[in-house]
Design a protein around this ligand. Sequence first.
Ligand SMILES: Cc1cc2nc3c(=O)[nH]c(=O)nc-3n(C[C@H](O)[C@H](O)[C@H](O)COP(=O)(O)OP(=O)(O)OC[C@H]3O[C@@H](n4cnc5c(N)ncnc54)[C@H](O)[C@@H]3O)c2cc1C
Length: 450
Amino acid sequence: MSAFTFPIGTHTPPQHAQALPDKVDVVIIGGGVIGVCAALFLRRHGQSVFVCEKGRMAGEQSSRNWGWIRQQGRDPDELPIMMEANRLWQDLNAQLDCDIGLRQGGIVYFSDSDSELERYETFTTLAAEHGLQSNLKSRSQVQAMIPDLNRSYRGALHTPSDMRAEPWVAVPALARLAAAEGVLIRENCAVRRLDNKNGQISGVITEHGHVACEQVLLCGGAWSSLFLQGHGVRIPQLSVRATVVKTSELPEVFAGGAVDSKLAFRHRADGGYSLATSSTHDLFLGWDGMRYAKSFWPAVKNDPLNNRINPFGPPNYPDSWTVKRSWSADDETPFERTRILNPAPSRKAMRIIKKSFDRAFPQFKGWSVSGAWAGLIDTMPDVVPIIDSCSDIPGLTIATGMSGHGFGIGPGVGRVVADMMSGKQSNHMLHRFRYDRFKNGDPIILGPAL
Ligand SMILES: Cc1cc2nc3c(=O)[nH]c(=O)nc-3n(C[C@H](O)[C@H](O)[C@H](O)COP(=O)(O)OP(=O)(O)OC[C@H]3O[C@@H](n4cnc5c(N)ncnc54)[C@H](O)[C@@H]3O)c2cc1C
């Protein structure tokens, strides 16, 4: 299998090198889809905003994902935000300076299991309550939808208005839009610590110096928990490695995203497919893995075969055994040491993907793997994010733990956060995403993993 250089890496020259401002209204830690969308909507609310990204904008999960913009199968409390995100993607698409590959091709989940199909049926009722069309398909309807698929399923869940986009194009384009509207962005700029005065946020200390502000948004993806630990704040966030395989150019058999118990596929704008397996995620244990094992037990029990636990992770992972967990403002931090977390793809996952794709589409015999990459997915024990102000650090808002589905919902979360930080009443129910739900020992109500 050929070597693959991911488009966004430390070899990519920085696109944003704004000088450090003395003072802004809001500093955002993390230039993934959440940070970029929040920055844009905060700016549109009239706030001055500085985004600090330790590596490259969208260099981590936000460029490595499958590119699914999915309302289907969402947690009931996420669904209204996701439906808004769907609309926002279409609005924003018209404002961007390039084609991000946004297509409304639908998303489909195939299944042979009665209990899963029952779960899908329950979702169609929820969807209908929100005015979203999501349908159960019969065996023959599935065959008619993707006639080239060499497999038959008992049924499927299908949401025709779901979309796809090319994440490594889309998020950098959103960042350029934000910059054009006045958001200040600096890459290669890790935030080392928060600065507090009388218990209230007064700024951040970056590797390049101090920036004063009254509010900070932390959306550091897989690094958020480590960042907060430096301030004595604990959130039960763990990360799992997910692998994606890229094929050579092949005919499009379905315009959207599709998944069964083993294989996920979607056609890309460049003519190949992004393939993944829904059945293999790798958790690399570290101190947080041990500390939060109990909180994650319901999620692991619910899906016992999908998580492979490895006792040792690479030293640059955010929860490796050896990662530095405390530092002063003058020290180099783990954030600077790993500008872009670029996990090696799992060979085992690549084998499963290749075998499953061969079985599903034997007519593509001779197709080749033109690349593979992996990303660390940050997740919370109940598989829904934290979107809330942090009661332990006044002035800090947290939007993290997107739990494997943050790309699609990014614009929705960004808008919600911008309202929250501008003192506006939200039009969504946000109780489910509260920061203190894990601190208070509230029961863990599992959201759907996919
Ligand atoms: C293989 C894979 C497939 C996926 N498929 C989908 C999908 O199809 N649809 C979907 O909706 N979601 C999908 N996801 C999930 C989605 O990509 C993530 O939920 C989403 O990108 C998270 O965005 P984020 O902004 O929270 O985090 P990230 O994109 O991880 O961004 C966080 C950023 O913060 C920066 N940072 C961290 N600490 C600091 C610091 N101290 N100072 C400065 N910068 C810092 C990091 O460098 C990083 O760039 C997938 C994820 C993976 C890995």
